[in-house]
Structures are given as structure tokens and as C-alpha cells.
Design a protein around this ligand. Sequence first.
Ligand SMILES: Cc1cc2nc3c(=O)[nH]c(=O)nc-3n(C[C@H](O)[C@H](O)[C@H](O)COP(=O)(O)O)c2cc1C
Length: 374
Amino acid sequence: MLTNLFSPLAIGPHELAHRVVMAPLTRMRASQPGNIPSALNAEYYGQRATKGGLIISEGSPVSLVGQGMPATPGIHTPEQIEGWQAVTDAVHSKGGKIFLQLWHVGRISHSSHQPDGALPIAPSAIAARGQAFTASFERVPFETPQAIDIDLISLLIDIYAQAAANAKQAGFDGVEIHGANGYLIEQFLQARTNQRTDQYGGSIENRTRLLLEVVEAVSKIWGSERVGVRLSPFGIANDSGEDDPLRLYGHVIRELNRLHLGYLHLIEPRASGAGQAEVDHKNVPSAAELFRPAWSGKLIVAGNFRPDTAEAALAAGHADAIAFGRLFIANPDLPERIRRGAALNPYHRPTFYGGGAEGYTDYPSLDDAMEAAE
Ligand SMILES: Cc1cc2nc3c(=O)[nH]c(=O)nc-3n(C[C@H](O)[C@H](O)[C@H](O)COP(=O)(O)O)c2cc1C
């Protein structure tokens, strides 16, 4: 029945056995001090791994400057690399694949996360509307960031490259560059957050430059076929949004198309709040349908998918694989449940961010549920 979801797919050199991908999901449960992936984190990812399945890790800050939320596991210290090694081992021991999501939040940070309490960096000194998450889990208004000096942009690209090399050392199978949801790369892409007058701002070509330079630097480490890029052309998360997304993202995707990436990962506009609320916008365009013609590589799509709509999107040729976020939080064995047409556990939003095992590693699999019933 779900023949498309359970047909094989090659992503670069990786032969996937099915197309039920785990979306990147920040859970704010890294061990402290040091934002280090823990044994509990390894258990969580191991539970969600399947033979030939693809997991994309939660966003992993490429540097302390790139961190915006407490207890998010970074990829810039030896201890973090070691912590991630246990995560990749847990996934590989079940025959799964895992990509690390390279994350820099830019202005969606707070000085409490920054070295020496400095202001966060961004393309331009424009504060986001809304509330930052401080290092002590408090919510306070965003600060006005400092515009990154042009001389420091090459350093920023080196930081991405180093993080990508660290991910390799930690045993990942590839990396995804987070270019979505209002974070640094998207802040450069979009006009409202990028009012620079140098070669990284102004025209669409200039605003796309940082993303392309990061892709190029990371591809040198991994080979482009092991690199993915995530974009949210119609997103509004973290005070983002572009007036003419078709024009901007048409250009971005055509440029990326020349680089032979492992995949492009798009978030659908009906989930424009990036899973932060129970929104399901109706009568909105489909990013997959709109941008597919500009993209000749593999396409992963996310955003409010259910098993039936996921199968339909694949059957219609709109995407090659579907990433599930919230359903994967609540269903450690999501691919198996979908395959069998089994009921899905509901997710519990209050335990999405922070805390311990509750709402993290204690959602039952079908086998657990059966044992409990016996
Ligand atoms: C708790 C939570 C954490 C998330 N963290 C990330 C993240 O680290 N990186 C990212 O690109 N998207 C993140 N997202 C967005 C999801 O990857 C996904 O695009 C969104 O939830 C819509 O998919 P869904 O309807 O299947 O949940 C997060 C969403 C949720 C609910």
C-alpha cells in the first residue's frame, strides 16, 4: 500500500531502505557543562534508528557564537565530538544513517551564550521580534545583534568547515547545512534581515553568497554528495520572512542545483511556524511542487505530513523522501508503525525542550506496548 514510502532511495553513496526520514529536532538535553551529547541522547537516537533509515540530527551549534538555546549539543569541542561518536555508534549499530545538522543561530542568540557576554552576530544590526532563550532557560526580548564585520566572514566559513570536519571525526554519514527557520544563513538570504551594502548584501546574488561559500567549504570536507541543505522558503519562524520568496529561492535553488548535493530539504509553508505551534495553514502553495522543477537532485520535504499524505506526495513525484518531526518525537519506531498501519502515539509538547528521559526516551514502541499488554 505504502509502496513509495518503503521503496529504496540512494542519497549520495548511501542506499536507504525506505523514505521515512527523521527531521532535525532540537531537544535541549545535552549534558552540562559544555553542551555535550550524553548517553541519554545516544539512547534516544538509537531508539529511532532503523536499518537503511536516515536520521538528521538536531541542530548542532558550529561554535559558541552560533549557539542560541541552552543545552543544545555543539560540534566544536573534543568532548562534544566524543559525545556524538556514541550517538553515531548507536545509530550505526542498528544499520541506520545519520547526518549532523550544522547550525548557527546568528541573531537568535543571547549574550548569555556568547563568549565574554558579547552581543550575538548577524548580517545587520536588526533585532528579531520575540524572545530569546537565555543560558539559564529564561525568556527575554532579543537584543540588537552586532553586524558581522566583512573581514570576519572568511573566519565564519572556516568555522563551518571545522565543524563539518568534526562531524566526520564523530562518525556521521554526512552533514546538513541549516539554511532555514530564521537562523544565520537565512538571515543573510532574506532582505529584511540583511541590509548590508557589501558583497554579502543587497542583490539576491549577494545575499546568497554566504550560503554558497559555506556549501563549497563543507563540500571540500565531505564531498558534495554527502552534504544536504535545508531551506524554508515560506517560513516565518524566528521573525523571518521574504516578500518575494519565489524570486529569492528560485535563484538559491538553481545555484545549489549546480553543486550536486546529496539532497535539498524543504519545509512546506503549511508548517511555516517550524513545528512551534499546531498550525496547519490551508490553501498555501507547496514548496515541493513549486521548486521541484528547479532541482534535479534528491528532494526531502517536511511539514505536517501524515503517513497517507506522505505516500501521496511521493506517488505524485513531488519529493523523494519525507521528513517527520513531531511524529518521530512520539514514535521511536515510526517507520515500522507506518509500514504496519499501526496507531501513532500522540506527542507531548511540554516535554519537547529540556528535561530528561520523560517525553524523550520513554515513548513506547509497538514492542513495548505489546509487552505491557501481556
Ligand atoms: C521540538 C522541535 C524542534 C525542532 N528543531 C529543529 C532543528 O533543530 N532544526 C531544524 O531545521 N528544524 C527543527 N524543527 C522543525 C522540524 O524539523 C520540522 O520541520 C517541523 O516540526 C515540521 O515537521 P512536522 O510537522 O513533521 O513536525 C523543530 C521542530 C520541533 C517541533
